[in-house]
Each structure stands twice: as C-alpha cells, then as structure tokens.
Design a protein around this ligand. Sequence first.
Ligand SMILES: Nc1ncnc2c1ncn2[C@@H]1O[C@H](COP(=O)(O)OP(=O)(O)OP(=O)(O)O)[C@@H](O)[C@H]1O
Ligand SMILES: [Mg+2]
Length: 221
Amino acid sequence: MILNELKSHFRSPETPGSIFLSFEGIEGSGKTTQIKEIEKYVMERGYRTLTLREPGGTVFGEKLREAILESTEPLHPLAECHLFLASRAQLLKEKILPFLLVPKSVVILDRYIDSTLAYQGKARKLGYETILDLHKFNPLNLLPHRTYFLDISLETSMERQAARGSKKDYFESEKHEFYLHLIDGYREVATLFPERILKINANVKPDDLSANILKDLEQFL
Ligand SMILES: Nc1ncnc2c1ncn2[C@@H]1O[C@H](COP(=O)(O)OP(=O)(O)OP(=O)(O)O)[C@@H](O)[C@H]1O
Ligand SMILES: [Mg+2]
C-alpha cells in the first residue's frame, strides 16, 4: 500500500536522553494550556525544554506565519502547504535538531506534521499521500517520539474561541464544514500512526487532561 511505503521514509530521533513531543488539535483544544503544564513538570524532573510553535519559531518562520495567518485572500492549498514546509525545514535546522543533541532535553512542538496532514491533506483536499510525499526527505522526515492529539468537538472549540473573543485569523474564519473535515482529518491521521499518536478526549477539565498526558509521558522520562 502506498501509505505504508511512504511511512517507511520517516523516523524518530535517536538521540539518547532527549525527547521529541508534539501537541495537535483544532483551535481551542487546549494545546498551549497543556504544553505549559508539561513543560513545568519535565523541568521539575531535571529536563531542559524548548517549546516551539508552528508555523514560526524562527525569524524566517515568523514572517511566513504572518504571510499565512494574515492573508486576506484565499491561498492555493499547495501554496499554503509549501509555506508550512519551508517554515518547518528551517525550524528543524535552526532549533529542533540542535536542541535534541542536548542531554536530558525535551522539544515540544505546538503543532507539527499532523496539522499539515489534517489542514492541507484533509480539509484542503491535497490528500495524505501528497503531504507525506513532500516530507519524505531529511530533515522533514523527523517524527516526534509521541504526539498528543487533543480531541474536542466543534461545539467545544466554538465555545472556547468565543470566550477568548480575539480577532479571527485566516483559519479561524473558515466555515463549520471546514472544521468538521479538520476534526475528521485529525482522527484519521491518528489511525495512520497509531504507535506515535495518542488521541485524548480533551472535552474535560485542564487538570484531568494533564493527568492523562502525564500518565502516558512517564514511559519516555
Ligand atoms: N480543558 C479545558 N477546559 C476548558 N477550557 C479550556 C481547557 N483548556 C483550555 N481552555 C481554554 O480554552 C481556550 C483555548 O485554550 P488553548 O489556548 O490552550 O488552546 P489551543 O489548542 O492552544 O488553541 P489555538 O490552536 O487557537 O492556539 C483558552 O481560553 C483556555 O483557557
Ligand atoms: Mg495555542
């Protein structure tokens, strides 16, 4: 099967003592909230941490982030996709790969490849094969040891976004149907990488969510 062949190009870091994590999920799923808790926890356990957001995290990447998220015209899905990949390649080179060489380090990504699979692969209809194919070369073929997919319903996402009340960006202005595809996409992607991605019900209180994540994270520490 084509997907299995594509998956064979990917690897996780083999740097003993360092851990590579990513958090995924739609807007308002609680990624940033949980990452803060996890950072605190692993630092107390003597790890150094580096948290990065996608797209962005480098000077070049932040410019691309602005170009994408503040775009007032609809971008071609391939244009969108390549901007994310350019940001990601630069982030790997400048930040992720060097930090993984530091002993007892944890790199935490606030969105990574699975967002591209769900947004551009599913919701923008480029297909998972296309997205994986574009990532199969070094350094883009580096996958986290563990990905926490915070799964919430569309209703919960909308409620939390409304409560936050900030100006809607490029993706947040999308219609409900786009979000439904996105949620489906994340769920499908979780089944494509069942060893790496842990899907967690995130329609729960922040403390309960952290407890679930930490219970799983223990095996990597
Ligand atoms: N488990 C939770 N229960 C209720 N509210 C939550 C929970 N987690 C986060 N929130 C609230 O929901 C909002 C979104 O949370 P957060 O910023 O962590 O989500 P996010 O996944 O990082 O979103 P985005 O993709 O837009 O950055 C915040 O106002 C936060 O306080
Ligand atoms: Mg966030």
